[in-house]
Design a protein around this ligand. Sequence first.
Ligand code: GRF
Length: 207
Amino acid sequence: MKKRFAILVSGTGTNMKALLDAVSRGFVPAQPCLVLSDRPHAKALAVARQAQVPTSVLEFAAFGSREEFSEAVAAELKAHGAEFVCLAGFMRILSKPVIEAFPNLVVNTHPSLLPSFPGVDAVKQALDYGVKVTGCTVHFIDEEVDHGPIIAQEAVPVLPGDNERTLHERIKAVEHQIYPKVARWLALDRIRVVGRKVDIDDEEEEE
Ligand code: GRF
């Protein structure tokens, strides 16, 4: 039986699209059961509907606190039978109710080499700092922002003349490769977490 998974989005959803495409070509052997957005007009929702994935919207403003919002998100994920969850440009911080309902089963992609440059504007932070290499990180979420155990990372060079847009585009192109790999590992139950240490039982296959 294929695992069911949800994708949480707030924006354009190119990472969501990369995951859905990887499902379509059989690379991620799991069933997308829900695309959930906190923004009703997120472009990602239209893309998900076109791919015939169920969608729902939970607007943060409708809830009294981060805790209540997270409870609603957890309930929605459970209602759709999600077994793991991929955050793909989801701009809200999720707290205990989600983390406890899905222990080490919620992953996020972040456009820097964590622990450098957590939080929003990671690409701008890297440019402003003047690093020559940045990249992307896929990690489990925990109660701190962009902090949980790291599953995969890949470096991306900062090129002369890069601006936030050009650098972020190159980082995203790499995210679109590594995020489906992580989703595949989750789908196949190939990831073990001990403390901060993440072991992957990889089949070492190339797509
Ligand atoms: C990605 O770079 C991701 O790392 C960050 O937000 C961006 C989302 O882009 N959290 P998209 O919506 O998937 O195109």
